[in-house]
Design a protein around this ligand. Structure first.
Ligand code: FE2
Length: 188
């Protein structure tokens, strides 16, 4: 559910305006890092009492679409993750995302494949790095980067920017223990 326009504050509106301005040059290789900077500014300038942020925190929905751009197709998601929330390692196919935390602590593990990548059904994953996303911390995750998320201190209020609708693309999920690779098919 999108945010109620009546309660959308200027910090969210300004952020979306910034994203739209950035998207005019959508071939810019630095776009994920520019979105990161814009999200950092948005997080730093928003008070938990600002009506739009207060609504997200109060409703505590695990996942909601806050904004979908009618022209460029990018999406801004908002998440409030409870204790124990996490997912298996996955990639986002040809898309990239930007994760930023507002409250709580979310750990995002990054993996590298230690096999030759030739077997489509099996992958050997090795944890390369763990990003700790406390309040105001934002990281981009680029095309093909395998990662998983874990809500370490909750409720974890997380903003997730998607360069395109992930439900419309083929992605991969990985079982780090068995190496099994499963496909996440696009939704019709
Ligand atoms: Fe992800």
């Amino acid at each position: 559910m999108a945010l109620d326009p009546a309660t959308t504050s200027t910090t969210f509106d300004r952020y979306i305006e910034e994203l739209r301005a950035l998207w005019k040059d959508s071939n810019d290789a630095n776009l994920p890092f520019k979105v990161k900077a814009a999200m950092e500014r948005m997080l730093a300038s928003t008070s938990p009492d600002d009506p739009w942020m207060a609504e997200i925190i109060r409703d505590a929905q695990p996942s909601r679409e806050l904004y979908r751009d009618p022209e460029y197709g990018f999406i801004q998601m908002g998440h409030v993750h409870p204790q124990g929330h996490g997912n298996l390692p996955h990639d986002h196919g040809p898309c990239w995302v930007v994760y930023g935390a507002y409250q709580g602590l979310t750990e995002i593990s990054l993996y590298e494949r230690t096999d030759d990548g030739k077997n489509a059904e099996k992958a050997d994953l090795h944890t390369r790095e763990v990003h700790k996303l406390g309040p105001g911390v934002v990281y981009p995750y680029l095309t093909g980067q395998i990662h998983s998320t874990h809500a370490a201190e909750t409720p974890a209020v997380v903003f997730r920017f998607l360069s395109a609708d992930l439900n419309k693309i083929l992605r991969r999920r990985y079982n780090a223990e068995t190496g099994e690779v499963s496909l996440i098919e696009p939704q019709p």
